[in-house]
Design a protein around this ligand. Structure first.
Ligand SMILES: [Zn+2]
Length: 147
């Protein structure tokens, strides 16, 4: 890969950390699910067959809500080198459908402070300021308490 190509790529802005994070040219980033037209189930990522009702070719992309409630979490004390611990790994049920795993931020990693079912919102931030070998930065999503 030449330097020019790397510079061009970097100039296009951050890349999404996961395929279901969409970064439109205009407007705010969002999470995209696929909703089954037959049964209404919502999945992350593209698929051909609904794993809830078995309908084929009935899934259509849908922009998911930026708000939801905390379904489950765990406080992570050990991770890969370079990852700050402890942090809160969470599973969130988004309003209107879709269940997403991510990190809960802007809250103390303390079970006394974290409540199941608490309202959260999705926020989009640079993925820890890291860049890959080609100079690309990445946009990630996080959850934070919504009050
Ligand atoms: Zn279905």
């Amino acid at each position: 890969m030449s330097d020019a190509t790397a510079a061009e790529k970097a100039a296009t802005g951050p890349l999404p950390v996961v395929p279901f994070l969409k970064i439109p040219a205009q407007g705010d980033p969002y999470l995209e699910g696929h909703a089954c037209k037959a049964c209404g189930a919502i999945f992350l990522g593209e698929r051909k067959v609904c794993s809830k009702c078995g309908a084929r070719d009935q899934l259509e992309p849908r922009r998911l809500a930026d708000t939801g409630t905390l379904y489950a979490y765990s406080i992570v004390h050990r991770s890969f080198p370079g990852i700050e611990v402890p942090y809160v790994s969470a599973i969130v049920d988004l309003d209107g459908g879709g269940t997403v795993k991510g990190n809960l931020i802007n809250i103390e990693p303390d079970p006394e402070k974290i409540r199941m079912g608490m309202p959260v919102q999705v926020v989009y931030k640079d993925a820890l300021g890291r860049k890959d070998r080609e100079g690309n930065s990445y946009l990630s999503y996080f959850f934070q308490p919504r009050g």
